[in-house]
Design a protein around this ligand. Sequence first.
Ligand code: ATP
Ligand code: MG
Ligand code: MG
Length: 427
Amino acid sequence: SYRKGGYHAVRVADHFAGGRYIAQRKLGWGQFSTVWLAYDTTTSSYVALKIQKSAAEFVQAAIHEIDVLLSIADGDPSNSKFVVQLIDHFKHTGPNGQHQCMVLEFLGDSLLRLIRYNRYKGLPLNKVREICKYVLIGLDYLHSELGIIHTDLKPENILLLSTIDHSKDPFRSGGSPILERPEGNTNGGITSLIEKRLRRRARTAVAKISGRTASIEGREAAKSSRNINGVDMRCKIVDFGNACWADKQFAEEIQTRQYRAPEVILKSGYSFSVDMWSFASIVFELATGDMLFTPKGGQGFSEDEDHLALMMELLGKMPRKIATSGAMSKDYFDRHGDLKRIRRLKYLPLDKLLIDKYKFSANDAREFSAFLLPLFDFAPEKRPTARQCLQHPWLNCKESTPNEMRNESTVEKVNVGMSNLKIKVGK
Ligand code: ATP
Ligand code: MG
Ligand code: MG
């Protein structure tokens, strides 16, 4: 990708914008860009420098992203809305072409890294609550003040304001800071193969640790502290490359697969509430360490159909009117509102899943489900808004089972993976 139209190759100490910014180390990368920590000589502070690929479509995308980021910064002069702030933008010409560059406030690790750091065990619920509050303030600002839909909310796109001590992270991907890609990432809506592999590798490792067959290294890592009590859970929403205004939409297929709302799959039209679906999926993942829905295509059914089946197994049957209302409905549902190619569903409600698989106490499971389930309403207009969520009692309750107790029990985690439960019938 480091060729004409692609990424700009950066070396440590390279200068940008006439010498104002000096590259320090690579922070991350995506389908569209590489992101570098840079020193801002004007303000004597560190910033994140996002350097876009140079081909025309990437330039267009960056111009759009800058447009969105400008309106975000405009409406939040005191920088108190928990959405990333654009500091500056400029063009940079290099051997691969002209690159749009965005200077963003420098943030810390993503929630994905936090989940990974915590060895996919699920964060304590009081930490999950804290994260929820910040994300909801950010979403409320985007939705109700700016009319912006993010359309790609996922753990990678929410960054903590602080950093974790990665020297103890067994799943940390190493590599040289130059040209090397230090972090798996997305490709504008679809989780990349690298990221999937990374996640799989990490989870396999977790399984081994909990199955008591961990390598010495694994055991040492398991012993080493994973104390996240000191980590400030403040976080911000980033990556507005796919964002749109509710009244100016571009793409029909939005969102990364696992966080995608049913109306997007069915192509029934969408609005702010798609972000609320993704938000709820992220919250589940934070609390359990597992992605909520990981659909796979199979013989006689597609990934979309598996996804719809998984949703209904957890949330109950989709109302016929909703199931049959989208441009894709005829492909997936019969006129009764039953899936055509996946006939028998095995229902497992959320609170039961939390208790059986994740060892939540009955009380925690009930309260947590009461918070999440309204966000998973198949009727998009019935989902609570971010502002309504902020009022939910779950966000303000204090008592919950200490996480250590839950983590102990994960050693004997029974494997009741939802996807194993249904019977699929080929056409
Ligand atoms: P995508 O393929 O997800 O659209 P992208 O090319 O648009 O990616 P971003 O997602 O904006 O790029 O950034 C890529 C990565 O760089 C992030 O996942 C994160 O690790 C890092 N990053 C981005 N912005 C910042 C920031 N402000 N501070 C610190 N790190 C950042
Ligand atoms: Mg991203
Ligand atoms: Mg992007």
